[in-house]
Ligand binder design. Sequence first.
Ligand code: G6P
Length: 605
Amino acid sequence: MCGIVGYVGNQKAAPVLIEGLARLEYRGYDSAGIAILGVGGTQVFRKVGRVRDLEASLPKRLTGRVGIGHTRWATHGPATEANAHPQTSADGRISVVHNGIIDNAAALRERLAARGVTFTSDTDTEVIAHLIARSEAGTLEAAVLDALSRVTGTYALAVIDERHPDRIVAARNGSPLILGVGDHEMFIASDLAALVRHTTSVVHLDDGELATVTTAGFRTFSREQENTAKAPTSVDIDIEEVDLAEHQHYMHKEIFDQPYSIERMLRGRLDERFGTARLDGLNLGPRELRGFRRVKILGCGSAYYAGQIGASMIEELARIPADAEPASEFRYRNPIIEPDTLYVAVSQSGETADTAFAVQEVKRKGGEIIGLVNVVGSTIARDSDGGVYLHAGPEIAVASTKALTHMATGFAMLALLLGRVRDLSISDGQRIIAGLQSLPGQIKEIVSEEAHIAAVAGGLAGAQSLFFIGRVRGFPVAREGAQKFKEVSYRHAEAYQTSELKHGPLALIDETMPTVSILPDDELTDRNLAALQQVTARNGPIVVITHPGVIDDPAIPQITVPKNESELDPILLTIPLQLLAYHAALALGLDIDKPRNLAKSVTVE
Ligand code: G6P
């Protein structure tokens, strides 16, 4: 989705902004722009397409040391140069970049048009630029506040003003915004990825908070203009984590990160002696944990599928009824919030609007909600009552891989903890711990089979349509497999419960429709094998994701993964499906890290 960067300091602003925007490319966008405030005033450059097209269009000498930049994902009006940000006031004095949606933009446009303002774009952002320019307040801060008092909606914004050329004023309401503190320089960004090359000292703005940044530093303040006196915190990101290294794509890099990132995630969190997990960030003691009679998991996209994997782990290990629901549905159905239910929000970015709203809804109704979140300090992490950080490191590719594995592993630890305050024995707890500790080595084994998985993927890439099937524990794995495949290869991939195949979808099976079957070695193996015969009997091609020793017919294409504890097997079974989707997309020559129409984190409705 849209990205914001801003710079004030002693360097030339343009290269800093361009580099920052390139770091935000992964979020998905269709146009980009920058505004540079220099000696002669503000210069604005906008371009439809990639950041590199914008960069190529810039004049050689662009010396201003204050500027703002933006990548836009069209919401109000199509992706055109006129609709790209920065948006400016009629006289060009004020420039604004904005993420989010202004709900009353249409009414404000009408009012401004009646007063003679001519609009040059279809955006809601232009309204803000005009409102600030028309404000009679003396300072830029007061003018921004004046404008914001007239708008309703969500925003993260950064504003520059030719009359106050030493500063950027930023504001946040419902859309993330971070300040980066440098040495006589300050950065603004909607996402840490744009900052980490420059500084790891950051300030997260809260909703309703504003900030002024200059070369001398920053000041944060409330809508009432009172200082909020935020202190910078240090973030733990390594620049290497946002670089591609030897990989061709971020998706590939992130798949291969998993053995190391999972090991890091587990560190210090497993208590072998008592066979349980240590999750201090939950802020819940054993008595409170025992009190929950139900668990409700909320997330979107892959986070929702991870939630389904988690729900079955919780039911199996803790014997508490658990289910997952798309947060995007939950928030709109006036959900019944029960006092003895533990609500869990799952999100890589911690900024997905639907999930963040669901968190608010649960809290408004007095529910207890924890977060399984990757990005430290993100909205959902801060709004939850407690949580488990995923420690997956930055995930840049739009298609989620390591974050999903980390979510599932986080659920395994939560299930273990919930189980151990109930009826799960120490030895069963120790069995799960041993299983968790085996994950990094086993993931390494799976990714070392890349060449074989790529060959299988090559065979699937030609199909227009595929089934992914699994049952019980394997069903969310199949759903995630289908999701990955459709996201990056643009093939129609549909997940079905293996048990439901005969109740309808079998009608579609013929020699052109492959089925990828999740077939673990567990209590359902025989039933799954029988269902597979219904496919082969109708000449449907099959690929089986399974454990060693399940399929003895060498003619059946299979990818085997090492066996773990049955409750944890879904974590490992998802890994070959990530590589399968990746290699199908590679064979098709597609833009793997930035699939069409998708955004990394959907921060608007
Ligand atoms: C978007 C992405 C998905 C992702 C979902 C949830 O739709 O395209 O890949 O799974 O958001 O994102 P989150 O950051 O909340 O995990």
